[in-house]
Design a protein around this ligand. Structure first.
Ligand code: NAD
Length: 257
């Protein structure tokens, strides 16, 4: 059995972050769930520990560089050298035009989904580079590849894909791999609330995919786990769609007849 790794997951209180924590913990790794939502995060850590995982919660606000640095310093001294960083903290957007979205909401989204993710990578990069190992996985989106009417979210997720490629180039020579996953619509609490409110229709979503089932949190978590595994040692700089074939169905079904 391989040595347990130290895995830091931002946005670890909920959705894909929490699900990813469960998968790493089930594999014997030591997981730090970090999130702005302390109550939810502490409960998530307790629940995963309850089924045998080694998980702790730590407060994090990805918009605050001091909070990120504190998380990294605490993890390195109390848990161990960070082997894996998963950037899952993020917020979603409802469809709207460029004039409908306030600049305040636009800036908040970029602050969390992009500047926050950037600062988290920036905080661990020198540590991983010095040690000559490490793996970072960012959560991009199927919208990193095509246009949806989400004026701040989509450009931001495309930027996550490109940052992943830039950092893979920068950190590869030091033995550090940087990848991303690109999930299609997945019923995390953020999406489930929209489904429950009648704003999203699972039947319509699956009808647009090659595989007629929704992407589940576990699918994304397993893909992230694989990208951090020794089996993926030759893979860096990719943004892996976890989309039940949404992207391929999109072009396949758009064949002009
Ligand atoms: N659910 C989907 O359909 C879907 C599809 C593609 C990509 N994604 C991406 O997956 C990631 C996770 O989303 P999710 O669907 O699991 O949502 P979620 O709301 O369940 O989880 C996001 C977590 O991020 C945390 N967070 C928000 N702001 C933060 C901050 N400033 N500092 C620290 N933590 C903060 C929240 O508290 C929450 O626990 C996001 O980046 C999202 O854009 C989601």
């Amino acid at each position: 059995m391989s040595e347990p790794r130290v895995v830091v997951i931002t946005g670890g209180a909920s959705g894909m972050g929490r699900g990813t924590g469960e998968v790493f913990a089930a594999g014997g790794d030591r997981v730090v769930l970090a999130d702005i939502n302390s109550n939810l995060g502490r409960r998530a850590a307790e629940e995963i520990e309850g089924i045998g995982g080694r998980v702790v919660f730590h407060d994090l606000d990805v918009t605050d560089e001091g909070s990120i640095n504190e998380l990294v310093e605490w993890t390195e001294s109390e848990v161990g050298p960070i082997d894996v960083l998963v950037n899952s903290a993020g917020i979603l957007q409802n469809p709207m035009s460029i004039t409908e979205m306030s600049m305040e909401d636009h800036d908040r989204m970029w602050d969390i989904n992009n500047r926050g993710l950037y600062m988290c990578c920036r905080a661990v990069a020198p540590l991983m580079k010095d040690r000559g190992w490490g793996s970072i996985v960012n959560i991009a989106s199927s919208t990193s590849f095509n246009a949806w009417p989400l004026t701040a979210y989509v450009p931001g997720k495309t930027a996550v894909k490109m940052l992943t490629e830039v950092l893979a180039g920068e950190m590869g020579p030091s033995g550090v791999r940087v990848n991303a996953v690109a999930p299609h619509v997945t019923p995390t609490p953020a999406i489930q609330a929209r489904i429950d409110a009648g704003e999203r229709d699972p039947a319509k979503i699956t009808a647009q995919q090659a595989l007629p089932r929704m992407v589940e949190v576990i699918d994304v978590a397993e893909a992230i786990h694989f990208l951090c595994s020794p089996e993926a040692k030759a893979i860096t700089g990719v943004t892996l769609p976890v989309d039940c074939g949404y992207l391929v169905a999109n072009t396949y079904n758009a064949y002009p007849k």
